[in-house]
Design a protein around this ligand. Structure first.
Ligand code: MN
Length: 245
């Protein structure tokens, strides 16, 4: 069935495009994304459109690779280029969460153990206050039985977004994680500090069974004070380094 492609919301803000390209490169350089994984941003002109790269290794992404999508995962104009099969993760999170304006999906090895054991990922230090209210785990097998593990359609992505709920990230059992934010620096910063927190938690647990985590009230106080100052300071550094290459 030939389907009419969705109409464009118009040209996105050049600053948004620039930040999105930087986000792909930053997360690759920080080792959060490798050849796989992706970042997206909600379109600044339309809440029902988002922007992400064509299917491409993150460190290679340029502005010319970015494509506009609707919330069913349809491209406005893919120009025949291959698309990420898991773009639905982004689409359904934007549909479910009006506060979210950027989404990262990654397979950081550090977070995988916390999706496949009964050990919850918890905040080890002040930089990870955004997980103070918990990190839910999505198990694709619960509703969809045996799959190839990919969230490659709207139905699977909808249950992932439901599992995310009002949290900042959701682990995906045997796969990776989805991280959200109110803008690109938040989603990128949270992805970087989630990776670091997972590494630190595994180290602490290897040293001792008696680990002191941030209390949920401490985490909330940090959030109330302005989570990591909006990541503005490291964002300028990460972006400058990523775009210098
Ligand atoms: Mn994936």
């Amino acid at each position: 069935m030939a389907q009419q492609p969705p109409t464009s919301a118009g040209l996105a803000d050049p600053a948004l495009i620039q930040d999105l390209v930087a986000a792909y490169r930053i997360l690759a350089q920080q080792g959060v994304l490798d050849g796989f994984g992706h970042v997206s941003a909600r379109h600044n002109r339309a809440a029902n459109r988002f922007i992400m790269s064509r299917s491409l290794a993150p460190e290679l992404v340029t502005a010319a690779d970015l494509i506009e999508f609707d919330l069913d995962g349809n491209a406005v104009d893919a120009k025949g280029r291959a698309l990420y099969s898991e773009r639905f993760i982004h689409a359904e999170i934007y549909r479910a969460r009006s506060d979210v304006r950027a989404v990262v999906h990654n397979h950081a090895p550090s977070v995988i153990p916390f999706g496949v054991t009964n050990v919850p990922l918890r905040p080890m230090y002040h930089m990870a206050s955004f997980i103070g209210s918990g990190v839910p785990v999505f198990d694709i097998r619960k509703l969809f039985g045996m799959t190839d593990m990919l969230v490659s359609d709207s139905a699977k992505a909808r249950t992932l977004a439901q599992t995310l709920g009002d949290k900042t990230c959701v682990l995906m059992r045997g796969h990776g994680v989805a991280v959200v934010g109110p803008n690109i620096p938040y989603a990128v910063g949270r992805s970087i500090y989630l990776d670091l927190n997972a590494k630190i938690q595994a180290q602490a647990m290897a040293l001792s069974g008696n680990v002191t985590y941030l209390d949920p009230q401490e985490a909330q106080k940090i959030m109330d004070a302005g989570e990591n100052r909006g990541y503005e300071r490291p964002w300028e550094l990460w972006k400058a380094k990523a775009m210098a290459k």
